[in-house]
Write a protein that binds this ligand. Structure first.
Ligand code: NAD
Ligand code: 0WE
Length: 255
């Protein structure tokens, strides 16, 4: 008996075996869910296909910057399952140049891209998924970072995008609540994934957490996945619009 037996879960954001979304996919499968994983671009497809096959999951394309690809994805979901119980959004993107220097070097285009891919995409996806999710205790979940609330060097426009994502989670929770759909986010501590690669001071960020967080260590993808399992299962049936920290307690610290 799994916590997600028979649930249909759509997971966006697996890039490789280090992805947070991959830890979520493995745990959700182990708890009995049927999965569809998505990828954006051929390079990612090559990585995701073998991972998906190892879980018996289907693989579909979806660049979340495209309304057409989102519509096509949801059409596939409808044809395959006729419904959707769980949607996991584990996607973020800003141009590399935006994640250095200060917010003052943000370009109009760079701002638009970061907000579009990292925040608006959740709204775009749920708009299309709503008919498949309504009336069945479905739930959606996104991934965010403390940089939405506090200033971290170089996080820049991604902090603005995560603030928009967190506000979107609250408005979506309100907008979909009458359909019985819950919408939440996990605010994860820093983890060395592809999205963290090339971030100059990442090691220093990890060291600071180890130093100052109540648990004096960093967190793992598996720990995020366990919280995601709680939020997406019946255990969290009364929880919506919430930003849930999985950060070894870092966010509560002052000095
Ligand atoms: P990751 O690189 O494995 O995942 C990011 C995913 O976004 C990739 O699969 C990538 O293909 C996808 N993506 C980028 N642009 C896309 C587009 N246009 N369409 C569709 N997909 C696109 O890294 P991760 O750390 O697992 O990141 C997952 C989520 O967790 C992100 O939202 C990230 O902001 C968030 N997060 C990460 C950390 C961390 O320290 N790693 C901390 C807190 C929150
Ligand atoms: O949300 C993120 C990272 C999101 C991200 C990462 C990249 C790197 C590669 C978005 N776009 C890109 N674009 C690229 O070209 N995190 C929470 C991880 C992260 O990224 C940082 C951090 C942390 C933590 C960037 C600067 C400072 C801290």
């Amino acid at each position: 008996m799994g916590l997600l037996d028979g649930k249909k879960a759509l997971i966006l954001g697996v890039a490789n075996e280090k992805s947070i979304a991959w830890a979520i996919a493995r745990l959700f499968r182990a708890e009995g869910a049927d999965l569809i994983l998505t990828y954006a671009g051929e390079a990612i497809e090559k990585r995701v296909r073998p991972l998906a096959e190892s879980l018996g999951a289907a693989v579909l394309p979806c660049n979340v910057g495209s309304d057409g690809e989102i519509a096509a994805l949801m059409k596939h979901v409808e044809q395959r399952w006729g419904r959707l119980d769980i949607l996991i959004h584990s996607v973020a993107f800003a141009e590399r140049d935006e994640l250095k220097g200060t917010i003052l070097s943000t370009t109009r285009q760079g701002f638009a891209t970061a907000l579009d891919i990292s925040a608006y995409s959740l709204i775009a996806l749920l708009k299309e998924a709503q008919p498949l999710m309504a009336g069945r205790n479905a739930c959606a979940m996104a991934m965010t970072y403390f940089g939405a609330e506090k200033v971290f060097p170089n996080y820049n426009v991604m902090g603005v995008a995560k603030a928009a994502l967190e506000a979107s989670v609250r408005y979506l929770a309100a907008g979909m609540g009458s359909d019985g759909v819950r919408v939440n986010a996990i605010s994860a501590g820093p983890i060395k994934t592809l999205a963290a690669s090339g971030v100059g001071e990442f090691k220093q960020i990890l060291n600071t957490v180890e130093d100052r967080a109540p648990l004096h260590r960093n967190i793992t993808q598996e720990e995020v996945a366990k919280a995601a399992l709680y939020l997406c299962s019946d255990l969290a049936s009364g929880v919506s619009g919430e930003i849930h920290y999985v950060d070894a307690g870092y966010n509560i610290t002052g000095i």
